[in-house]
Design a protein around this ligand. Structure first.
Ligand code: BGC
Length: 757
């Protein structure tokens, strides 16, 4: 009886919630109907216009006469302005000086934190810590909304197997399962339970779609991909964004099936809205509408109509909608319904953000003073950063360092403030962040001495360095090469250990920062060789926004910690790990190649008809000059402790489509310090109606274990986990045999099989 009562009560609650939702929806619809009834055609088109203003530069075109356009009702929102005062001034123009007083929406690229900067997204993914990632987005929203921003152009969920592409740094690596989990966590963190809450902001999932797969790794380049691959391997994180309730999507620059995403109706309407059920609004990427002219799709009027017809609602910076839609309407190239639909979606977003109720909701100068870059936020960023570093090797146990004796800190990344937060940290206040040198001196106090020499520039080519250190991140040193190198070697000889802070400066990854060579840069490699010749142990800290080719380093430098770009607190976080206050626990979410010629290289590939896991053998799938396998596989990363995996057990060796099989393993910390391990579950569908990958991540759990402690980790495998898109793009699971793999990385796994009946 009590059970029935509980069920009835729960049903009543659910019904109540649904009724309340329907009532909310009806009130919103009514409000927007009334407003739209008063709007002229020009005012409706104005809502679809998103010019850029402010000092933050994320594209080469700037918008003209923004204030005049706001007064004329020709602006729906603005982006990349920083600070409550300047944002308030423009909101006042919209509210007080435009005819209908419709508030503007203010966006920004809040990508991995605001002034408290978290590690770059690629690094965040290496933590496999969904709570930490969710919290990073929550803190970013708190700070950004305290400073006037209510809409972020994040999360960027483009799957990327292409380390030549600089924007690998902005995504979550190569795996769709992990990428989907991160997309959900980010949206939950940004949007919370209520978009109208003053401390939450609207997310924008980008770049829809496939932007992470440009030919030759060159930014903005052509993408060409089968639909089966799109649906199975690249689309899942975008789809997860709809399921998590993301308020907006951004189009990508590239073509899909030879039609630019921004004008691609199949993508923006048939997939995003009709198939997945997205009901928010779509904004273009920066000038993506006018760029369709270069793609050969027609003049500005034609491409603007194409975009609107495709299901794109808001035009970022191109002035295509503003300049041409009225003409297209008069000529019958778009309909009033097309314009109304887009306008309504944008007004709905403003309504959900609470901007009609209070246009100054996010413009509270008192909050800006109190809630940005707080000790609490910084502590969270520091802790999460420690989880992102990946210990690639520690052959002679040089790490962790003791706080004694003399430490030589060398390398171009050792004493730079502006490069610490990493690319796409447009709101960063870099002058408040520590350099590694400062943090290291603080970390050792008077127990040890830290000596410093830069040792070399980023690379010999000054032009390459200039292009890789933009936006106030310049660091070129004018001294001759041998003077700098000799100084570093001299200092190193006086010390017990060398810490080499090397790699890419922060703008060597990110937008328009593609590389054809993925090795450690020439000047730094030469310095490393000179340091190695001293015979003093070296710890290589590799800063990077992508997978690096480190074949020589792996052979020659026994200790390598990949630190990516760890955000505003990176320097302290690196010291936490280097001195062993925290054991490293990051695991690779991109495969590390041996050579750029292996790219694209990724763990969840198909088998060939002539597979060859070894090196060369004639008439099999291999290279003459390099093995097939990577330098380090997906999922890989060491700790200061060791974890032992007990036998893998399956609760059954057969299941039906409605059943579940539990796959379990007991993991024990067999070392002497506390550490975190990411236990990974992979599955292979042995036979399918289409060729299936050799393994796919299907579960993971990050666990913390004290020395000697054991934990049982169990993954429930059900039919949902076994589904894929078949040749007709139906989402199915097919009966047959499956191989289950569990281990500490994608290569080092135990295997068991079961049958789906
Ligand atoms: C980038 C987007 C970004 C936009 C606005 C573009 O160049 O591709 O990721 O959100 O600029 O700054």
């Amino acid at each position: 009886m009590t059970r029935i009562k509980t069920i009835l009560f729960t049903l009543a609650l659910a019904l109540g919630a649904l009724t309340a939702q329907a009532a909310d929806r009806a009130t919103m619809d009514q409000f927007i109907d009334n407003l739209m009834a008063k709007m002229t055609l020009q005012e409706k088109i104005g809502q679809l216009n998103l010019p850029v203003t402010g000092d933050i530069i994320t594209g080469s075109t700037v918008s003209g006469d923004v204030v005049g356009k706001i007064k004329a009702g020709q602006v729906g929102g603005l982006f990349n302005m920083k600070g409550v005062q300047s944002i308030r001034a423009l909101q006042e123009v919209a509210v007080k000086q435009s005819r209908l007083g419709i508030p503007l929406i203010f966006g920004m690229d809040v990508i991995h934190g605001y002034e408290t900067v978290f590690p770059i997204p690629l690094a965040l993914s290496m933590s496999w810590d969904m709570d930490g990632i969710r919290n990073s987005a929550h803190i970013a929203a708190l700070e950004a909304t305290a400073d006037g921003i209510c809409w972020t152009f994040s999360p960027m969920v483009d799957i990327c197997r292409e380390p030549r592409w600089g924007r690998m740094s902005e995504g979550n690596g190569e795996d769709p399962f992990l990428g989907s989990a991160i997309c959900r966590a980010m949206i939950e963190g940004y949007q919370g339970a209520d978009l109208a809450d003053k401390a939450t902001m609207m997310a924008c999932v980008k770049h829809f779609a496939l932007y992470g797969a440009p030919e030759a790794g060159r930014d903005y380049n052509t993408v060409d991909m089968s639909r089966v691959r799109m649906f199975n391997e690249y689309f899942p994180p975008y789809k997860a964004g709809v399921e998590a309730g993301a308020g907006s999507y951004m189009t990508s620059f590239n073509v899909i099936d030879y039609i630019p995403a921004t004008g691609n109706r199949w993508l923006m309407t048939e997939v995003l809205r009709d198939r997945w059920g997205f009901d928010g609004f779509v904004v273009t990427d920066y000038t993506a509408i006018s760029e369709m002219i270069n793609h050969g799709m027609g003049d500005l009027q034609t491409v603007s109509a194409l975009a609107l017809k495709a299901g794109t609602d808001m035009d970022m910076v191109a002035d295509g909608f503003l300049g041409t839609l009225e003409k297209s309407l008069n000529e019958g190239k778009v309909t009033m319904e097309d314009i109304d639909k887009a306008c309504r979606r944008i007004l709905e977003a403003k309504y959900k953000l609470g901007l009609f109720e209070d246009p100054y909701r996010y413009l509270d100068a008192k909050r800006a003073k109190k809630e940005i870059y707080t000790d609490e936020h910084r502590a969270a960023a520091r802790q999460l950063a420690t989880e992102t570093f990946v210990l690639l090797q520690n052959k002679e146990g040089v790490l962790p360092l003791k706080r004694t004796g003399k430490i030589a800190l060398v390398g171009p990344l050792a004493n730079t403030r502006a490069n610490m937060p990493g690319t796409w940290s447009v709101a960063a206040a870099s002058d408040r962040y520590s350099t590694l040198l400062e943090a290291m001196r603080r970390a050792v106090g008077d127990k040890a001495e830290v000596m410093y020499a830069k040792g070399c520039n980023v690379c010999y080519d000054a032009e390459l360095e200039k292009n890789s250190t933009m936006f106030g991140r310049e660091m070129r040193d004018g001294r001759p090469v041998d003077v700098m190198r000799d100084e570093a070697v001299r200092i190193a000889r006086e010390c017990d250990v060398i810490v080499a802070a090397m790699g890419e400066p922060s703008e060597m990854s990110g937008e328009s920062s593609s590389r054809s060579d993925l090795s450690i840069l020439d000047a730094q490699k030469d310095l490393l060789e000179a340091l190695k010749a001293t015979g003093i142990p070296i710890v290589l800290l590799n800063f990077s926004g992508r997978a690096t080719v480190m074949d020589w380093e792996v052979e020659n430098i026994p200790t390598i910690l990949n630190v990516w770009f760890g955000g505003s607190e990176a320097a302290d976080a690196i010291c936490d790990v280097v001195f062993g206050d925290v054991a490293p626990s990051g695991k690779l979410t991109v495969t590390m190649p041996r050579s750029v010629g292996q790219v694209p290289i990724y763990y969840n590939h198909l088998n060939t008809g002539r597979p060859n896991p070894q090196w060369f053998s004639k008439f099999t799938s291999n290279y003459l000059d390099v093995p097939n396998d990577p330098l380090f596989p997906f999922g890989y990363g060491l700790s200061y402790t060791t974890f032992q995996y007990g036998p893998l057990t399956l609760s059954s060796d057969a299941m039906t489509a409605s059943g579940t099989i539990n796959a379990s393993v007991t993991v024990t910390n067999t070392g002497s310090v506390e550490g975190a391990e990411v236990v990974q579950l992979y599955i292979r569908d042995m036979v399918g109606s289409i060729a299936r990958p050799v393994q796919e991540l299907k579960g993971f759990e990050r666990i913390n274990l004290k020395p000697g402690e054991s934990r049982n980790v169990t993954f429930a495998i059900n039919a949902e986990l076994l589904k894929f898109y078949n040749a007709n793009l139906d989402y199915v699971c097919e009966p047959g045999d499956f191989e289950v793999m569990i281990g500490p990385d994608s290569r080092n796994v135990q295997r068991k099989t079961f049958t789906l009946r």
